[in-house]
Design a protein around this ligand. Structure first.
Ligand SMILES: *Cc1c(COP(=O)(O)O)cnc(C)c1O
Length: 381
């Protein structure tokens, strides 16, 4: 008997193989450090494997710092970004002596300095610089253009560094960049490397030598064919930074990967409630909706959808929709699927990142449960 649907189902062997691909690639570059972006998925079953692989964490809230600590991650490998860190969140991070705050504005830098002074600590800080580099992805997940709310403008960088150096409870470590998410065009990362090289040349002329360069995350995955590309091409990704960043002696490079680590290991499993014939189309109405997986509604994201209850090759066309009272509660339109009937199991693939963490109780629904391949087998692929 399967548990009640909908639920998240995680392939732990695939997650482990993905982590192995990262650690074996990075082993060639001892100055590279990978932090897992916790907001992609904070399920403790996944966090345990990620922590055991030796990764650090990248947090965007005090809650995430706490979850990282609670799940055994080393505070000395925690980086913490976010445009709106509250006093309480900053104090929590100071209390745990995290590796680095990625600071996004002058007032934030001043508040961290004040709070660090109050508790008798010195805060390690990288400045998040908005490099004005275009990431070719969905407009809602571009973060490194001049008009985005994130980071400090390039033109202000020098005076903020000068300010940081005058603050007694701030230790300036270096620079942080994060240009966006679901990036599949490696040219975007080449552009980032070149921008960082220019910035470093300029800083060196001014007598500033950062020890940390954090290039953020954003590596994309194949949502169209997860079985063909279950593991992203980490060799090429890390190789770009290894070959193109002009590093100075003693510099470390930090990465913040979320989606590329956890997206492909997760599947949302739902049941068909009704097949509804409309005038020009037929709807497969399933018991999962935007409350379990909001990406299609929020970013027009594509996920591969499978009817795992049927082996038929006599495909029909369906709009696969959820039960939520919103017109945007559509997983995909005009999907070719084996004939669907009430009770069939539907798999929505590549749902391990920004799925379970974004679930809500809208319409007074329950949050989805989660299981792994160790709990019971399911015929995916
Ligand atoms: C979300 C986020 C990441 C991770 O992005 P992915 O696309 O999941 O790799 C990295 N760094 C920061 C600052 C983020 O906000």
């Amino acid at each position: 008997m399967l548990p009640r649907t909908p639920f998240y189902y995680y392939d732990t062997a695939l997650l482990q193989a993905t982590l192995d691909a990262i650690t074996s690639t990075v082993a060639a570059y001892p100055h590279f450090h990978v932090h897992y972006a916790l907001k992609a998925n904070a399920n403790p079953k996944l966090l345990r494997l990620i922590q055991q692989a030796g990764l650090g964490v990248d947090c965007v809230s005090g809650g995430e710092v706490q979850v990282g600590i609670d799940n055994g991650f080393d505070a000395a490998k925690i980086v913490y970004a976010g445009v709106g860190k509250s006093n309480e969140e900053i104090l929590l991070a100071l209390q745990h002596d995290i590796f680095c705050f990625n600071v996004e504005s002058v007032p934030e830098l001043e508040v961290i300095n004040e709070l660090a002074e109050q508790v008798g600590k010195v805060a390690n800080v990288c400045l998040r610089i908005n490099p004005d580099v275009e990431a070719h992805t969905h407009a809602h997940i571009v973060t490194g253009k001049a008009e985005n709310k994130f980071g400090i403008a390039l033109g202000d960088m020098m005076h903020v560094i000068d300010l940081a150096k005058t603050l007694s409870h701030i230790r300036f470590l270096g620079l942080h960049f994060h240009i966006g998410s679901q990036i599949t065009d490696m040219q975007d990362y080449l552009d980032l490397c070149e921008r960082v090289n220019d910035i470093q040349d300029h800083l060196n002329e001014e007598g500033v030598y950062p020890s940390v360069i954090n290039v953020g995350g954003g590596l994309g995955i194949d949502y169209h064919d997860p079985d063909k590309h279950p593991i992203p091409d980490f060799k090429t990704y890390f190789g770009i930074f290894a070959d193109h960043l002009h590093l100075r002696d003693g510099q470390s490079v930090h990465f913040e990967l979320g989606r590329s680590i956890v997206a492909q290991c997760g599947t949302l499993i739902a049941r068909v409630l009704y097949v509804k014939q409309a005038e020009s189309k037929q709807f497969a109405i399933i018991d999962a909706g935007m409350t379990e997986l909001i990406r299609p509604a929020l970013y027009q994201a594509h996920h591969q959808i499978q009817n795992i209850s049927s082996q038929s090759i006599d495909y029909q066309i369906y709009d696969v929709v959820g039960p939520i009272c919103e017109s945007s509660d559509v997983f995909d339109r005009d999907v070719l699927l084996p004939p669907i009937k009430r009770g069939d199991l539907i798999a929505i693939r590549s749902a391990g990142a920004y799925g379970e963490t974004m679930a809500s109780t809208y319409n007074c629904r329950k949050l989805p449960a989660s299981y792994t391949t160790e709990d019971f087998p399911l015929p995916l692929t």
